[in-house]
Design a protein around this ligand. Structure first.
Ligand SMILES: CC(C)(COP(=O)(O)OP(=O)(O)OC[C@H]1O[C@@H](n2cnc3c(N)ncnc32)[C@H](O)[C@@H]1OP(=O)(O)O)[C@@H](O)C(=O)NCCC(=O)NCCS
Length: 181
């Protein structure tokens, strides 16, 4: 998917619009800086590069504002969030969604998920599927709040948790998408 998406968003006081820009190799330093502080087992540069090479749909989300405030979070140079999607035959698989720690609980992930669902609908993909650590309550609450339901468990899916020394199961969650005519 090469086209840019623009999503109305009400982060901060202005009526900011989010830009979904295809992730490039040049974005990876910024992406990795957020990834490293966001996940128990962060993706590596190699994981992201492989994903880009494989043609996954990877987006960087930046603000798009009429009035740019350079050097602030309203600077379109600043990375707000990113996501990686794998387009299957009849489902869109969400592989990664991460919001910059300083911009959480502002509704960004909900806006992103809504844009992702719109893409699935446009592309005639009747469901979105994802895995989540049951211990990741922020993500589980997010998905539940927007209508995702658990359909199963993948045993020992996640690498060892350094705190517990155990591998962790994944909850598999899905949401049906109303397709565009
Ligand atoms: C999970 C994550 C993407 C949520 O992003 P976000 O932009 O902060 O989420 P939103 O502001 O859109 O939150 C939407 C809803 O999700 C739930 N939620 C989000 N963060 C939460 C938290 N820390 N605790 C409890 N509920 C939370 C709430 O229901 C929230 O609605 P509310 O703020 O009205 O209560 C973000 O915390 C993140 O990047 N985490 C690290 C990476 C990660 O875990 N990704 C998901 C992997 S499966």
């Amino acid at each position: 998917m090469t086209k840019e998406l623009h999503v109305k968003n009400s982060v901060n006081e202005g009526d900011a619009e989010l830009s979904f820009l295809p992730m490039q190799s040049a974005d990876l330093d910024e992406v990795l800086a957020i990834e490293a502080v966001s996940h128990i087992h962060p993706w590596t540069r190699g994981n992201f590069s492989d994903s880009l090479t494989a043609g996954h749909w990877a987006y960087c989300i930046r603000p798009q504002l009429d009035q740019v405030i350079k050097g602030s979070y309203l600077d379109p140079q600043v990375l707000w969030a990113y996501c990686v999607l794998f387009p299957g035959v009849d489902e869109l698989h969400l592989l990664n969604i991460t919001v910059s720690p300083k911009l959480r609980r502002l509704g960004l992930a909900v806006r992103m998920m809504s844009a992702i669902e719109a893409v699935a609908a446009q592309q005639q993909m009747p469901r979105i599927i994802l895995e989540v650590r049951p211990s990741n309550s922020a993500a589980v609450y997010l998905y539940q709040s927007i209508g995702y339901e658990q359909i199963g468990t993948r045993k020992n899916y996640y690498p060892e948790n350094s705190k517990t020394g155990l591998r962790e199961d994944a909850a598999v969650m899905t949401k049906s998408i109303k397709l565009e005519p």
